[in-house]
Write a protein that binds this ligand. Structure first.
Ligand code: NAD
Ligand code: TYD
Length: 350
């Protein structure tokens, strides 16, 4: 059995990555290392918890001694590193936690793996999961390619850019076996309801205002989370050492158009008269340094590794909305506690 370490597997994307790997590769022993911060929720992977090829370990990627012990206990073949602080708005109000987890955490993990694998780097793989936000912002034209210069503009994207640079530096300096991917905005089940889609779906359901930042003209490229999980599987197994792969949905939406689309879907689901939910739309103060547009050119991944997104946006939105409506208990558990306080600071002050 090959031991594979997944960091951040109790989070949104990590939970889908773990489910896919645990079910698809019985010959792997998947170890999920997660600190269970506000964003980590073991309910996300309750369905695979008892599988014999899955183990959960609570721990911090910034804790060198803990990682040394973990690498002693498990002879890891590979690592898929997703653990991070991931929300731009939080990075604006608390940048230091992003520096700690995303930068210090990544280099601490790199060092633990480098020490453990020093005899035979080439029999291993360190896969770092990153974001398209490291490239900065686009005007109305053009796409991010793997050769686009980094130009991060939020503490979140700057901390992710820094971690990408460190991972790449380990390849060039030490010949460390790394691969990186940079993905566009994900959506789907289990996303923490501070991010746009789950927040809007929940607020429509609860008849609360739908906060749209600025004029709602910012553009994001949306990808269904399972399509990202499949790309991660492919890159982990087939990607080339030292390479970067961009992942995107070729699916650009202005925020206001997307919020209106969700309102239409929810009116039907909740048997409300057409136009009812859209009345909740409320324009609020813009995010500081709000990037205008992200758009990904994923042709390298498509041409070199044969990846293609399988879930259309209509299908993905239908699945996502249904999931949030059918998983009331998950939502209530998440909405209680820390999130509630955060929500008040973030939105009630706007
Ligand atoms: P998330 O916030 O839902 O989950 C992050 C997970 O990391 C949580 O389970 C949390 O408990 C864990 N974690 C945080 N700090 C930790 C620490 N010090 N030690 C161990 N675990 C820790 O994030 P997500 O949206 O699932 O994103 C996962 C990764 O994908 C991140 O690296 C993010 O930058 C990247 N990414 C996200 C998106 C997106 O749209 N969500 C798009 C592209 C890339
Ligand atoms: P978000 O889901 O936070 O992802 P990111 O900032 O990483 O792209 O936000 C997606 C877009 O939606 C972004 O342009 C900010 C905007 N937005 C709102 O207009 N209202 C909201 O309440 C939130 C959370 C985001």
């Amino acid at each position: 059995m090959k031991n594979i370490l997944i960091t951040g597997g109790a989070g949104f994307i990590g939970s889908h990555v773990i489910r896919n790997l645990v079910n698809k590769y019985p010959q792997y022993n998947i170890v999920n290392l997660d600190l269970l911060t506000y964003a980590g929720n073991l309910e996300n992977i309750a369905d695979i918890e008892t599988k014999s090829n899955y183990t959960f370990v609570k721990g911090d990627i910034c804790d060198k001694n803990f990682l040394t012990e973990l690498f002693r206990k498990y002879d890891f073949y590979g690592i898929i590193h997703l653990a991070a602080e991931s929300h731009v708005d939080r990075s604006i109000s608390d940048p230091m936690s992003f520096i700690r987890t995303n930068i210090i955490g990544t280099i601490t993990l790199l060092n633990a793996a480098k020490t453990a694998w020093k005899e035979n780097y080439n029999e291993h793989r360190f896969y770092h999961i990153s974001t398209d936000e490291v490239y900065g912002t686009l005007g109305s034209e053009g796409y991010f390619t793997e050769n686009t210069s980094y130009s991060p503009r939020s503490p979140y994207s700057a901390s992710k850019a820094s971690s990408d640079h460190l991972v790449r530096a380990y390849y060039h300096t030490y010949g460390f076996p790394i691969v990186i991917s940079n993905c566009s905005n994900n959506y789907g089940p289990n996303q923490f309801p501070e991010k746009l889609l789950p927040l809007i779906i929940n607020n429509i359901k609860c008849n609360k205002p739908l906060p749209v930042y600025g004029k709602g003209e910012n553009i994001r490229d949306w990808l269904y989370v399972e399509d990202h999980a499949h790309a991660i599987d492919l890159i982990f197994h087939k990607g080339k050492n030292g390479e970067t792969y961009n992942i995107g949905g070729s699916n650009e939406w202005t925020n206001i158009k997307l919020v209106n689309k969700l309102c239409e879907i929810m009116d039907v689901k909740l048997n409300r008269e057409k136009g009812t939910s859209a009345k909740l739309i409320t324009y609020v103060k813009d995010r500081a340094g709000h990037d205008l547009r992200y758009a990904i050119d994923s042709s390298k991944l498509q041409n070199d590794l044969g990846w293609t997104p399988l879930v259309s946006f209509d299908e993905g939105l239908e699945k996502t909305v249904n999931w949030y409506l059918e998983n009331e208990k998950w939502l209530q558990n998440v909405l209680s506690g820390d999130y509630e306080k955060y929500y008040q600071n973030q939105y009630l002050k706007r």
